[in-house]
Design a protein around this ligand. Sequence first.
Ligand code: PMP
Length: 438
Amino acid sequence: ETDERLDAGPHSRALMQRAHAVTPGGVNSPVRAFNAVGGSPRFIRSAQGPWLTDVDGKRYVDLICSWGPMLLGHAHPEVQAAVQAAVARGTSYGTPTEPEVELAEEIVARTPVEKVRFVSSGTEATMSAIRLARGFTGRDVVVKFAGCYHGHVDALLASAGSGLVTFALPGTPGVPASSTELTLVLPYNDRAAVEAVFAEHGDRIACLVTEAAPGNMGVVPPEPGFNAFLAETCAKHGALFVSDEVMTGFRVTREGQWGLDGKVEGWRPDLVTFGKVMGGGFPAAAFGGRADVMGHLAPEGPVYQAGTLSGNPIATTAGLTTLRLATQEVYDHIGGAADVLKQAASEALSAAGVAHTVQSTGTMFSVFLCDGPVRDFNDASRTDAAAYAAFFHSMLDAGVYLPPSAYEAWFLSSAHDDEAVQTVLDALPAAARAAAAA
Ligand code: PMP
């Protein structure tokens, strides 16, 4: 019955069977399960540089990079040494520590935030930023864009209501209507929609939250001036502009997406969320922003927020070491490798006659299997999921581990050398033909 080609090796399949018995869907985060592409996930035993090795001994060039964090590749010797030294000093004290201060200083130096608070996941970062925005403004309404993912925060797991200026509906069972009835969901890159909701509800809006450049519907860059327009519109109505840089932060440039727009254009978001790269492969995330807004957080102010493992010394050491090693050369290298892969993917898909669009922001890119441009979630939904599944499995067979979903960025690292890039180049033509045949 099952397509032999989709099968993982015997050790991965045996582990998946055991996992299914004790874990819903066999995984601890849904997209890992291959539901979107069919077949069974490879269980990874170890990783080095750009390479993953699965439990059956097969090697893959990693184009997931832990969904963004591994900017320097896997098992970077300096990050490992710093982490091992930190572990030797104990793993968690529940007191303030020096690495937290150093990592906060590094983030404040590289980004538009004046103060920062650490948490353990991107979800917590956006959840806390929204609470703070509500506490600071004394308002309740939150505006977000369809196709932007900000973690599994109840209020942000929301689907658009029946009209532009109507409130949202729960995006999943388990989220009560009362959690999304203060959320407005708009089409991305749509200035008129933003103007309409602020005209109707402006004095009730605590914040607008957006991915600084969406990467969770594939990469959909903000049109020129869009983020500036959002910041301006928020300011005009007394709402806070919350820029979610969990994915883009320290990845698309050394200053995140803000390095491409806000810094050049001379504006700052009121609050920013970070995660992924800043944790160096450990659970660390953060939110930060204007000092007066951050001053509303406990213990300085009245808005409560806390965490047992927040600012954990191992995680902050890994993040700090990663950011210190993430020099401009790292971004130049990743950008160069991205350019090579973007062009080769496009050429292979064109040669096979597969409709596609490659979109990018900074060093981050994705390949949509549909005609472009892709400006918003509606456009992204035109992606040919069956063609992507065939493309994905052909690449996997050839030793390239792409994200098992058509709506994801392809992540690279400074460890992606000529051999790794060549492995991807060699795999592309057959994968494009497989997509054409799907
Ligand atoms: N915001 C964005 C933009 C993200 O990409 C993600 C995760 N993909 C999150 C928030 C949530 O982060 P986490 O998975 O660490 O909760």
